[in-house]
Design a protein around this ligand. Sequence first.
Ligand SMILES: [Zn+2]
Ligand SMILES: [Zn+2]
Ligand SMILES: [Zn+2]
Length: 129
Amino acid sequence: MTKQVRNTAAKTAVMEMLSQSSTALSHGEIYQSLAETCDRVTVYRILDRLIEEGVAHRIALSDGTVKYALCEQCGDGHHHAHSHLHFNCVLCGGVSCLEVEIPHVQLPRKYKMHDVSLVVNGLCAACNS
Ligand SMILES: [Zn+2]
Ligand SMILES: [Zn+2]
Ligand SMILES: [Zn+2]
C-alpha cells in the first residue's frame, strides 16, 4: 500500500469512529484504535485536515483535554458558526454535542466575536437516571 492510500484509509477510519461514537473522542482514544495503521503525528494531521475541511470540530475542556466531534451542518471547507453547547459528564467523562442554543452574548462596544464555546459540566442523561 502506498503512503497516500494508507492515509486516506486512516482518514476514513477516523471519520467512521467519530460518527459511530455517541461522545466526542480524544486524540488518544482515536490513536489507540489506529495504532497499527498510523503513528500519533498522522492522527493529529488527519484531525487537523478534518477541521480544515469543516467535517469535525474541536472541543477544549477546562482541564486542557481536547476532544473531537463531527460537525452536523458544516462542510465545503468552512465551519458555520457553531451555536450548540458541549456537555462534559463528571461521572463517565463523556463529552457530547448538545443541540441547545448558546444564549446570545452581548459584548462591549468595539469587541468583535469570532466564535463562542460553552462547556457545561454535570451529569449526562445515562448517569443521571
Ligand atoms: Zn463545524
Ligand atoms: Zn455520564
Ligand atoms: Zn460540538
